[in-house]
Each structure stands twice: as C-alpha cells, then as structure tokens.
Design a protein. Structure first.
Length: 178
C-alpha cells in the first residue's frame, strides 16, 4: 500500500473514545480495547465496555457524540451475524452519513488474511454531529488490522492526498448554528 505523510504538516492529536461491546470480557481481559488504546497515538478520553445491547450502545454513542471534546468513537465487538451482534444496528440509529468505503476496505483487507470468513464482519463507519464513528469486529487481530491498515492513516492530518481530519471543520455544515 502507498501511504504518504506530508512531514511539513503538524500531526493533530484527536480525542478518541473506545467502546468495547461484549458479554464476556471486562477491562482486565479486553485485549481488543487495549489494542486500540495502545495504537491510538491520539488522546483516549474515554474507554468503556457495554454488553451486546443495542439500546445501551446507542445511549453511549449519543452521549459521546454530544460531547464536543470527542472527535472519534471506535468500537470493537458485536459486528458479526449472530443474534447477540447488534453494534451495527445501534450505530445505524445515530449515523447521519455513512462512510461506506470503510467497511468495504476493511473487508477487502481482511480477505487477504482470513479469506471468505470476512463476510461475517459488518464493520462500518459513519459521521454523526461532527463525530466520526467506526465499528470494528471484536478480535484483537481485526482491531489491529482496522487501525494499522486504515484508521492510522485517515486519522492522521499529514496523510496525503487526503484524510478525514482535514474534513472535520466542515462536518457540521448541515446543522443549525448551536
């Protein structure tokens, strides 16, 4: 892959919230959430674990979206196809604009590592009230792939030819003045 950083630009640290969706892990066993915190390179303002419950996920997303200090929410877990996997449904309730390319690219890159098993992932991205939202699968490998292969680049203000950071000042153009 070709990644180019414009070293003449200053890196802008973003404020990130990490959400782990699981019925089985806690902070001491949450290796996926820990991997996101370690890899972030930005400022992790919040890290929370919630069960596979769409209403609880949605409520937390709304709280973080309403917080002007949080720029990005990255979740892990609950993106599969089983009955308990409801993260995409909760995200869809709050997303104003989908970033379809995120999920598509994630699955394309994942295919290179796990083959057709990638169809079981419903990873997705979007924007709500100026906050970027990304939902990754719960495995530590998938989290690292999503971060290392996509998010590290798109959340870096120096990435060329373009990145999501440079769009941030315009994400709320459709909203009435607050």
């Amino acid at each position: 892959m070709i990644h180019k950083l414009d070293e003449s630009k200053t890196f802008l640290a973003l404020n990130i919230a990490v959400l782990t969706v699981t019925d089985t892990r806690d902070l001491s066993t949450d290796t996926s959430g820990a991997a996101l915190v370690e890899k972030a390179g930005h400022k992790v303002l919040a890290r929370t674990i919630v069960p596979d419950d769409a209403n609880q996920i949605e409520a937390l997303l709304k709280t973080w979206i309403a917080d002007p200090a949080i720029d990005v929410v990255i979740s892990n877990g609950g993106t599969g196809v089983t009955g308990r996997d409801v993260t995409p449904e909760a995200f869809e309730r709050v997303i104003e604009k989908r970033i379809d390319g995120f999920g598509e690219l994630f699955r394309m890159l994942s295919y290179q590592k796990i083959g057709t098993s990638t169809i079981q992932s419903r990873a997705l991205g979007g924007v709500a009230r100026g906050t970027y939202l990304f939902a990754l699968p719960g495995s530590t490998g998938a989290v690292k792939d999503g971060w290392d292969d996509i998010l590290v680049w798109q959340l870096d203000s120096r990435h060329q030819p373009c990145n999501l950071v440079e769009l941030m000042p315009r994400l709320k153009e459709h909203l009435p003045d607050e």
